[in-house]
Design a protein around this ligand. Structure first.
Ligand code: NA7
Length: 551
């Protein structure tokens, strides 16, 4: 595939069009080749890696152990690739994606530097017609959206944002050549995972760092470390069992943060005496708030853990006012995605690092020279926006996707995302979404969930071909039942508590319907359900021969 800026527009026809060359798109392409199908991957970036291509901000690192956040479908790949750290950094994961693309010669079927603008189902021809920002008009019998869950960056709607004359940059669109922060006055807006990872790294080089925080974050020490030969050997000896354990687990994870085999907690914090709780705090520090079974499920237990968490913050952060501002007070532990860090709270003890608590002193405007809050203005050379994503549905909704009868996906989802198994949408035949809303996706090790979806989709395509079926889509009743099931499983949990405002619920996006999007039934249970449905001849799906073949 040519990636020259002046390449001629593409107009070919393929068995499958894939959108996105992250880990989902790459594996999907590989599987389709194995099936003897033709495929084109369309990718906005100039190389592979998806999330790990775009999020190259300082400190970007995976929060799942590297030996598990890796493909399991090639023994050769598994054996030859050596991870250097317990939790891999962005550059290493990006190198891994590049290595996979080279090893399996995947780039020849990827159109880089190309963003899909529309995907319309042509009912008469039974194909998906896709256009891009480079004038391509390609078609595929099937379309697979491998567009990622955290790939539609959000820039806040702050007055004056365009007027700023200094360097402004989003963590999720960090330039490949980096940003010169050495000796600069830097501001960072946001304190989610991206900011928590960036802040200690930025503080190492900037002349000053001012953190603008709206909501304090629960974050736990990553305890990252170099991987030893012993770690590698131990995991390699039992890799197959480990992978199997991941596939049947709740979150697609078999190892804990320390790299040892992980067992879900069983002890309850409410059953400990006050002395025992204090003893646990002395021994485990911040981790004490993550190691009890009742903390994520019982609000009283959660309250106890929150008090201990606050105490830990006060122990680390010397300035009492800063410590108080950094301590979450409103939302329960566990309602948002867990953040892990290296020296986050310690960084606020540095003399050149300061915190602005936006709850007390909100941002009024971005000015040409800096940021103005209610209390006054500060000047900056660089403003970093670590302000998150339109998660799970954003990347799909930013493409003009239309199904049967021209129905827009955004219309179908106007009351929140609706689909069957997180994989297909009623009225949008032959369109698959990898790790879509309604599937475990962001609640799990993404590699495990990506592989499960790609395998399921590939097996479905082989089934359709072998049975002479040309059109597959969910029955509306099956979709309704699945959406109800996803909501029922989440109902009553911490994730949907009134005090919880998370991107899982879409609450960070103005106007987005509050709906808990991922499926929290666990990857093992979900996999079994998907397999059972396929084994029963794709129960809940309508399979039919199309009147006119694509072409
Ligand atoms: P997150 O977790 O959505 O964090 C975004 C942060 O930006 C969060 O602290 C927001 O505060 C803050 N934010 C957003 N808009 C504003 C405005 N207008 N003013 C001030 N602060 C704002 O995104 P991340 O990129 O950090 O992490 C996303 C996921 O990537 C993460 O969960 C990991 O799975 C990897 P808020 O909390 O909304 O008050």
């Amino acid at each position: 595939m040519t990636n020259a800026a002046d390449r001629a527009p593409l107009s070919n026809s393929y068995d499958v069009l894939i959108v996105g060359a992250g880990f989902a798109g790459l594996y999907q392409l590989y599987r389709l080749r194995q099936l003897g199908m033709t495929a084109l991957v369309v990718e906005a970036g100039d190389d592979v890696g998806g999330t790990w291509y775009w999020n190259r901000y300082p400190g970007a690192r995976c929060d799942v152990t590297s030996l598990e956040y890796s493909y399991s479908w090639s023994k050769e790949l598994e054996n030859e690739w050596e991870w250097s750290e317990l939790m891999a950094s962005q550059p290493e994961i990006e190198r891994y994606a590049q290595h996979v693309a080279t090893k399996f010669d995947l780039r020849r079927d990827i159109a880089f530097n190309t963003r899909v603008t529309s995907a319309h189902y042509d009912e008469a021809a039974n194909c998906w017609r896709v256009t891009t920002d480079r004038g391509d008009a390609v078609q595929g019998r099937y379309a697979v959206m491998a567009t990622g869950c955290l790939s539609a960056p959000m820039l806040p709607n702050i007055p004056g944002i365009e007027s700023y004359q200094g360097v402004s940059v989003q963590t999720s669109l960090w330039p490949r050549d980096g940003v010169d922060l050495a000796g600069k006055r830097v501001a960072i807006i946001g304190t989610g995972s991206s900011a928590v990872q960036s802040i200690p790294e930025v503080a190492k080089v900037a002349a000053s760092l001012t953190v603008y925080q709206r909501t304090p974050t629960y974050t736990w020490p990553a305890n990252n470390r170099p991987l030893t030969e012993e770690d590698q050997r131990r995991v390699r000896e039992t890799y197959d069992q480990l992978r199997e354990q991941e596939r049947n687990s709740i979150a697609g994870i078999a190892l804990g943060l320390g790299g040892a085999l992980f067992a879900p907690p069983t002890a309850k914090i409410l059953e400990l005496s006050e002395d025992e709780r204090r003893e646990a705090l002395e021994k485990h520090g911040f981790s004490v708030t993550r190691m009890f079974a009742d903390v994520p499920t019982n609000m009283e237990a959660n309250g106890v853990a929150r008090a201990l968490y606050g105490e830990m913050v006060r122990r680390v952060v010397r300035d009492p006012e800063t410590a108080a501002a950094l301590t979450p007070s409103e939302h329960p532990i566990g309602c948002k995605r867990a953040v892990i860090d290296t020296n986050y709270f310690e960084t606020f003890n540095l003399p050149h690092v300061s915190l602005v608590d936006l709850r007390k002193d909100p941002i009024a405007a971005i000015t040409p020279s800096g940021i103005q809050t209610a209390s006054g203005s500060r000047e900056f050379d660089v403003i970093i926006y670590a302000t998150g994503f339109d998660a799970m549905t954003g990347a799909l909704n930013r493409i003009d996707i239309r199904g049967r009868g021209g129905e827009k996906l955004t219309e179908h989802w106007s009351g929140g995302p609706r689909n069957y198994l997180g994989l297909m949408v009623a009225g949008f035949p032959n369109l698959f979404t990898i790790t879509g809303p309604g599937s475990p996706s962001v609640m799990s090790n993404m590699m495990v969930s990506i592989e499960q979806h790609v395998d399921w989709i590939s097996d479905s395509l082989a089934y359709l071909r072998d049975h002479g079926i040309e059109r597959m889509e969910p029955a509306i009743e099956a979709e309704d039942r699945w959406v109800d099931h996803v909501n029922n499983v989440a109902s009553g949990t911490m994730y949907v508590a009134e005090s919880c405002h998370s991107w899982y619920l879409g609450e960070n996006v103005p106007g987005k319907i509050r709906q808990f999007m991922p499926y929290i039934g666990g990857v093992g249970r979900y996999r079994a359900k998907c397999d059972e449905i396929a084994a029963n001849g794709y129960e809940g799906f309508i399979l039919e021969k199309a009147a006119v073949p694509a072409g």
